[in-house]
Design a protein around this ligand. Sequence first.
Ligand code: XIL
Length: 381
Amino acid sequence: MKLSRRNFLALSCGAAGLVNTPLVLSGPVQAAEAKNVSPGLHQLAQIRKVDFGTCFSSHLIKGDPSYTDAVLANCGVIVPENEMKWEQLHPTAERFDFSKSDRLAEFASRNHLSLRGHTLVWHLQQPAWIKAIDGAASAERILIDHIETVVGRYSQSVSSWDVVNEAIEPSHGRRDGLRQTIWLDLLGPEYLDLAFYAAHAAAPECQLVYNDYSLELANREHGKRRYHTLKLLEGMLARGVPVHALGIQGHLPADVGQFDSDTFAEFLRNVSGLGLKVLITELDVSDRNLRSNTEYRDRKVAEVYQAFLETALDNPAVTGILTWGLSDRYSWLQENRPRDDKIPMRPLPLDANLERKQAWHAIAKVFSTDPTWSRGSSASD
Ligand code: XIL
């Protein structure tokens, strides 16, 4: 069969791909060309047969129209920054609150964006009532009920879920590297399998992702996390657990010296060798430790985006790139990991005025690089 880029995308959809509905590749590119506007990052990402997107928040839809326009111009996929976490969705034991997540799902659908879900099990941003759960039986019932309710509600709109987030913490001293969490305490390591089975039962077509951080750099700490992540995934697959992809968060420091392409490429080969897809789910590049000069910071940040994405996109198992925010106007790093000198950080593709930075151009360059030599093209392509 002659495999055009369009039916390649359609074929790569479904449980193992990022989207359930085929992307109409020619639409946005042609529209951009017809209107004589330069294509956004998602259009360029199609050249490498991947999707591009960002996290997004429901209050910005009405609250910041120009930012929302920038998201629409650059993204084919969004993921709620906070709206699908337990504390927002399930504030009391008896009550779910879908108001904000529904708004995002409706926004995604109206604008033909794919929607990722984040996240069904995490040790942070949990409501206080969780601490009162007593015993394995009620923990199992509550976890399964939460997952079935949430995944079921969005089974037609969310095509890819971060089922479990950040389950590994080698410093907690367990042989399996698992983090000590409330769910591990109550249910043992089986909580991970349980979560994936419940999600799969509620949305059999949905891509199910294990998501984690500090997997990218060539240091001992990241090496340990890579080791435990591979072991975790191998074990789940051996048990027949429906896990389809690894989500690599990609919160990187703006120090290209800490990134070793060979080490990261080997990890990606190990993951894809298990038959899993890979998503880069929360990419940003922190300029926290750089001197304050703006031009310098922007150049260093862009260098890391470029080196990281060149390596990531060299592996055909990587099917999507999402940054954690699109513009420096809104970055979790500013709140959570600010610079010592308190000047505004510049970790994202657009600046606070929504102008393209060197980082945007570096990403665009990697997306635009002719991939015919690398991404699984054949003579019939
Ligand atoms: C962050 C959000 O961006 C913040 O708004 C919130 O205050 C804390 O959580 N890894 C994750 C994301 O998986 O959910 C986190 O998001 C950033 C780190």
